[in-house]
Structures are given as C-alpha cells and as structure tokens.
Design a protein around this ligand. Structure first.
Ligand code: ADP
Ligand code: MG
Length: 317
C-alpha cells in the first residue's frame, strides 16, 4: 500500500486510550486486556461489506460508526458494558482522506461509550470492515434470548422503523439531505447501552432488533421455547415516521425494518409496571405484546387475529 501498512495503522488507529485495563494495545502481536474478577467477557463480531451492508457512496464517518455500532448493540442486548474493540480492515487502496473520516466516525462512537481500540488487521482487498467488540458483564447477569416465560410482557425500545425509512430514502437515490432525521437514524444510530445495563436482573429475555421486529421476536420466542401475541395497535410509530410515511408503510417499516439498534425484551408481569417507570427515564419503551405457550408470533389488531407475512404487507385491510 502506497501509504504503507504500518504508517497507516500508526497514523489512524493507534490512539492511546484512557482505559486502565488495556495492558497492551495496538503495536504488539496481540492485545492484553485485564478482565476483572467476577465478570464475564462478552464478545461479538460483525462484518460490513461495501455494496451489501452499506452503499458505495456512504460517508466514511458513517461506515466507521456503523461498524462499531452494530457490535455495541449486540453487547447492549446482552446487558454488557462495552470495553474494547478490534478492527479488521480490507481496503482497495489506502485513501488517506477516507481513512481519516472513517477513523473519526469510529472513534467518536468509541469515545462516547468508553471503548478502546486495542488491535486489528489491515489488508488490501475489497472494502470490508469487521469489528470485534468485547464487553463485561457481572457473572451470571447477562441478558439472553432464551429466558422468556409464558405470561411475560413484550417490550421494544425507541422508534423501530426510522432507520429502515432512512435507508429507503437513500436507496431511492433522490439525494435526501444528509442531515435528514431519518437518514441520520440509519447512519448514526446510537446503540441502547444504558437500557441494556438497566435490564440486568429485570428482563427475562432480550435481543437487539437487527432484522426487523417481527422476525426478531420470532427468534426470541424460538430460543425461549414459547410463542407470542403481538398487538399491532400498540406498535410505537415515531412522530417523524408518522409525519413522513403513509400509515400502512409505517407499520411495515416498524415490523420489518432493520438497522435500528433498538432492544426487544420481556418483563415478568409482576415487576413490569415498576420496571417500565424506571426504564422510561432512560429511553422510550413500549409494551407491544405478551408471551404465550406454543410457538411463533400471532399478530392481533384490536383483539382480532391478522395475517402478516414478513415482507408482504398488502394483507392489511
Ligand atoms: P501481526 O503481523 O502480528 O498480525 P500486524 O502487522 O497485522 O501484526 O499489526 C500490527 C499491530 O497493529 C497489531 O498490534 C495489530 O493489532 C494492530 N493493527 C493492525 N491493523 C489495525 C487496525 N486496522 N486497527 C487497529 N489496530 C490494528
Ligand atoms: Mg496482522
């Protein structure tokens, strides 16, 4: 690489961190990290491929942000506190301006959540960004997908569907203002780390919404060996979405849109009311259904069963 692999690493990815638990960071053969006694290490990895996970003209800051954000969202869904990250970068060419902006986006999110970049790998190839995020959770306290019990109430955080609406604007290629609220929700969504931490010892199950609420609730149910009733009239539709999209579109986006980094979780009914109050001080949370025996997700609107095909939403009469 013209810029030089080591020069590149040195220039863009060797910032020292304030974390005292990084014994050795970038520069040696591997990072050395101090895992405190009584805590479990939580590990997640995700890869973004240009053309598949992000559009070729995506601002580099957003690529850097998203590569870390998808992983931090996974840590949030486990109730973990993020600590460290590794970055594997495949680049067609060492473009200094692109790298500068990519690193700025990545470090901005890392700094916001006290994450230290402690290592990685840099190779020439198609543009592919892989981040491994490592976090910590008190032993035995991690949130899992398999803990939902019959009778538990189902909740979702924030505003699912906004990011998917932003992506649709970009895909339609009508050149939306980069400052557009929906576009920003897609490019710079903030993972729900504070909510994830607050759900420890409270939620019976949790996961992040990456592939759409309806499909992901199905996965949570399958992992827990239960079914769920989903109350369509309770779905949270953000004011921005309601203002910009026809009602049928809103529901489709909320149910099937991905990339929101919202959390889907269940609360045992006995502690739901108190928990709901406490959680509302962190971010909006909305009860959207109930766990039941059986399997799969039953969609209900105002008490009447409705057939919803994930992806095909013309069935809404
Ligand atoms: P090795 O040959 O031992 O794998 P490398 O030459 O690939 O080492 O990397 C040198 C150092 O730079 C290592 O500490 C590695 O973790 C770090 N590193 C390489 N690429 C990146 C990157 N994109 N971001 C952060 N650290 C990196
Ligand atoms: Mg290497």
């Amino acid at each position: 690489m013209a810029l030089g692999e080591f020069e590149l690493i040195d220039r863009y990815f060797s910032r020292t961190s304030a974390r005292g638990d990084v014994v050795l960071g970038v520069g040696d053969d591997a990072a050395l990290l101090d895992v405190p006694a009584g805590r479990e290490l939580v590990a997640a990895v995700d890869t973004l491929v240009e053309g598949r996970h992000f559009l070729p003209d995506t601002p580099p800051e957003s690529v850097g942000h998203q590569a870390l954000a998808v992983n931090l969202s996974d840590l949030a869904a486990m109730g973990a506190e993020p600590a460290w990250a590794l970055l594997s970068l495949s680049l067609p060419r060492p473009d200094a301006q692109w790298l500068e902006r990519f690193a700025a986006g990545l470090y901005a999110l890392a700094d916001r959540h006290r994450v230290a970049l402690v290592g990685g790998d840099t190779v020439r190839g198609p543009l592919v960004v892989t981040v491994t995020a490592l976090g910590l959770v008190e032993r035995g306290q991690a949130l899992r997908r398999d803990g939902a019990g019959v009778g538990d109430l189902v909740y979702v955080s924030g505003w699912p569907g906004e990011a998917a609406a932003g992506l649709e604007l970009l895909k339609r290629g009508i050149g939306p203002d980069p400052g557009d609220a929906l576009v920003r929700r897609f490019r710079y969504a903030d993972p729900r780390l504070a909510l994830g931490r607050a759900l420890r010892g409270v939620a019976s199950a949790a996961m992040d919404v990456s592939d759409g609420l309806l499909g992901d609730l199905g996965k949570l149910c399958a992992a827990s060996g239960v079914g769920a009733q989903l109350d369509l009239e309770r779905l949270p539709v953000s004011p921005e979405l309601a203002r910009r999209q026809p009602p049928g579109d809103c529901e489709r986006l909320v149910l099937a849109g991905g990339d929101d980094y919202e959390l889907l979780f269940t609360l045992p009914e006995a502690r739901a009311a108190a928990a709901e109050l406490a959680l509302a001080s962190i971010c909006p949370v909305r009860r959207i259904g109930r766990i039941e025996s059986g399997a799969g997700v039953r969609c209900v609107r105002d008490g009447t069963a409705v057939q919803v095909e994930p992806g095909g939403y013309d069935h809404f009469a």
